[in-house]
Design a protein around this ligand. Sequence first.
Ligand SMILES: [Ca+2]
Ligand SMILES: [Ca+2]
Ligand SMILES: [Ca+2]
Ligand SMILES: [Ca+2]
Length: 352
Amino acid sequence: MKTTTQLLGAVSAFALVAMSSAPALAEGTSAGSTITNNVNVTFDVGGVTQTAVEASNSFTVDRKVNVNVEYIGPATSVSPGQQDAVIAFDVTNLSNDTIDLDLAAALTAGTAGNIANFQIYRDTNGNGVFDAGDALVTYLDEVIEDETVRVFVVADIALTAANGDDFNVTLTADAHEGGGAGALGAELVDTAGANTAGIDTVLADGAGATDLANEGDFSDTGEYTVAGAIVAVAKTSRIIADPVNLAGPGGAANPNAKAIPGATVEYCITVSNASGAATATNVDVVDDLPFDVTYDAGFGIFVDGNATCESGVAGGAFSTGSGPLGEDQVTGDLSDVAAGETRSLYFRVEIN
Ligand SMILES: [Ca+2]
Ligand SMILES: [Ca+2]
Ligand SMILES: [Ca+2]
Ligand SMILES: [Ca+2]
């Protein structure tokens, strides 16, 4: 019998292959599965068939830990002062076991003072977009084999962020034991030494953006890019006429007019936006008039003029004594000022 058993041991060594009945997941046989191989040998002695002999071999499949993090680009365009700016990542459990994934978001490039309040949300309602149905998390709980979970990193952009600023934010997912729902399990580490009969752990992850291989983690970097408006305002004036040097036809400026009492002066306020900047919207102009001038109601106020304060359209409003020091005010809204564009507001006053 002893001889027979040794023979069967040798047979078992090559007959083990392809006997697995575990489900075929992409990440291979699940950890903890028992792979059993039975072998049966029949033989004759002296032409008589003898009782068959059998043997069996079983072992437990160990835990292979692997995780992937992938930024869903392209770079997210944000505005200075924007709250809850969102970038998205997909986190996939490539292990052959259910695991928890501890999450961390870190600024890896960009001015730290211009971005703050990092938060991580799980796409709980699974619709792929950040919305009220998603939950604030610090880890992904009980991620099953092959499962991909969308994760949102949310941050606030400071008003001091400028056009063209970039912020690189790296999300790291670190594998922990599942440990049951509602709790983060213990961090997974390689089982030291030789294989044991139980479920051993092998960290088989790669090196991501900021992590090394075989640490049980992976990371990828997303990007915010700031699209700010670079708005410049200029205010100029020109003398149109004085009581002696009168205006030309259609109110045209008399080149000889001087800034004496009774003279008419045109104020020109231009709002320009630099090329490559974001469009400036809701452009409101508020001008506090000096006490030494009187608004020319007959001329009115023109908005959306060009850089030389021509071709505007009638608009805006005049109000008496509404300024912070009781000045009269001229106000007006300009249309959106796109990159490289200039719009103007202009009106006239008389020197007292
Ligand atoms: Ca969602
Ligand atoms: Ca858990
Ligand atoms: Ca083992
Ligand atoms: Ca890694």
